[in-house]
Design a protein around this ligand. Structure first.
Ligand code: KG4
Ligand code: ZN
Length: 338
């Protein structure tokens, strides 16, 4: 269908987002990031849902305007059903239901984690669609997973974190170093200037495909406290080397897990997604793996890596083609599984 326009809506955490897709191409991709959480050093669920309520109408309006279409041209509404924060999910879910009901068009429920993976199928310059089967590494402030993807909707989680997500490891370590939230991008920035071999941080030992990050954060805390005891300016004087060493440890750990997953499944095609895939260390390591291990790797455009609605819209389109619709009584699911 040439004029198939689908609206995607995302509200699972602290970004209110809307996007319009037409035949695999994104016409608009609007995100309202909530900055109120910065002063708390993490997302405050109650504040997040209130901000979603304020943002959702203007964000959807803007997405339609930028796509240059009228709401009556929409064929379906796709929305994030879960997983995520319940209060946040409820805003997007109830808004989407009312809009679909009002327009008399189908409603499509989307799993946020599947969407991070299927974002690779958006048709955009600078990104290539992976071939099935492939392994997806989804890394963000909320998730750390390795998923075996055999088809669009045939996915199996083969490894995940048993405690914190990798983005939290970056953000919580950054907080210990006195950096503002979210500290991940700042660690990346300082790391570029530092010596990655200067300090040693332990790589947590868990199952070959599992991740654990809570111990890393604790070891950063003890290390810093001990050094600051002797030299109050230790952090300032060594910021670049601390960040470089920490980032080196995390990237190495992620690569170890990917190597284990490739060995176990025999699949050498890797697609990375989630906010942490913006990290320059992991991007370089993954690119290097093409030559080093003969892998084929995919890194989507940054705007499709962090939480966004374009990824919800592409899943909407894939499901629309297969008539995979949701009922009006569909409920948000904070712990939604594949
Ligand atoms: O996908 P995302 O926008 O939201 C969710 O958490 O779902 O990911 C945000 C996370 C934060 O933890 C942030 O610190 C991290 O991604 N992040 C980075 C970088 N850019 C974003 N971590 C390390 N290096 C970066 N360059
Ligand atoms: Zn996400």
């Amino acid at each position: 269908q040439k004029n198939c326009y689908i609206l995607g809506i995302e509200s699972s955490c602290d970004d209110t987002a809307a996007a319009v897709i037409n035949n695999g191409k994104i016409l608009s991709n609007v995100v309202a990031t909530q900055h109120i959480h910065e002063e708390y050093g993490g997302v405050v669920p109650e504040l997040a849902s209130r901000a979603h309520q304020q943002n959702i109408v203007p964000v959807v309006h803007q997405a339609l305007r930028k796509a240059n279409i009228d709401k009556n041209q929409l064929q379906a509404i796709a929305f994030t059903r879960g997983p995520g924060l319940m209060g946040s999910l409820l805003v997007g879910t109830s808004f989407s239901k009312s809009l679909a009901l009002g327009l008399g068009i189908p409603l499509i429920d989307v799993n946020h984690m599947q969407a991070h993976i299927l974002a690779h199928f958006i048709e955009a310059e600078g990104q290539t669609a992976p071939n099935f089967p492939f392994l997806a590494l989804t890394i963000s402030g909320g998730h750390t997973q390795i998923v075996k993807v055999t088809d669009y909707f045939e996915m199996e989680v083969i490894g995940q974190t048993i405690d914190d997500a990798v983005g939290e490891a970056f953000d919580k370590s950054a907080k210990i170093l006195g950096l503002p939230y979210p500290g991940g991008p700042l660690i990346d920035k300082y790391a570029k200037e530092g010596n990655p071999k200067r300090f040693k941080f332990p790589k947590p030992k868990v199952g070959p495909l599992d991740f654990s990050f809570s111990g890393l954060k604790t070891s950063v805390l003890y290390f810093v406290e001990k050094e600051v005891d002797q030299n109050p300016d230790f952090i300032e004087e060594n910021m670049a080397d601390i960040c470089a060493s920490l980032q080196f440890t995390i990237v190495d750990y992620l690569m170890d897990k990917l190597k284990n997953a490739v060995k176990k499944t025999g699949i050498k095609e890797i697609a990375m997604g989630g906010g942490v895939s913006a990290n320059s260390g992991i991007r370089t390591a993954l690119k290097d793996a093409e030559k080093k291990y003969g892998w084929k790797t995919h890194i989507p455009k940054f705007e499709f890596c962090t939480d966004n609605a374009a990824m919800i819209a592409i899943v909407g389109e894939l499901k629309y083609k297969n008539q995979m619709f949701a009922e009006q009584n569909v409920a948000a699911n904070a712990r939604m599984k594949f």
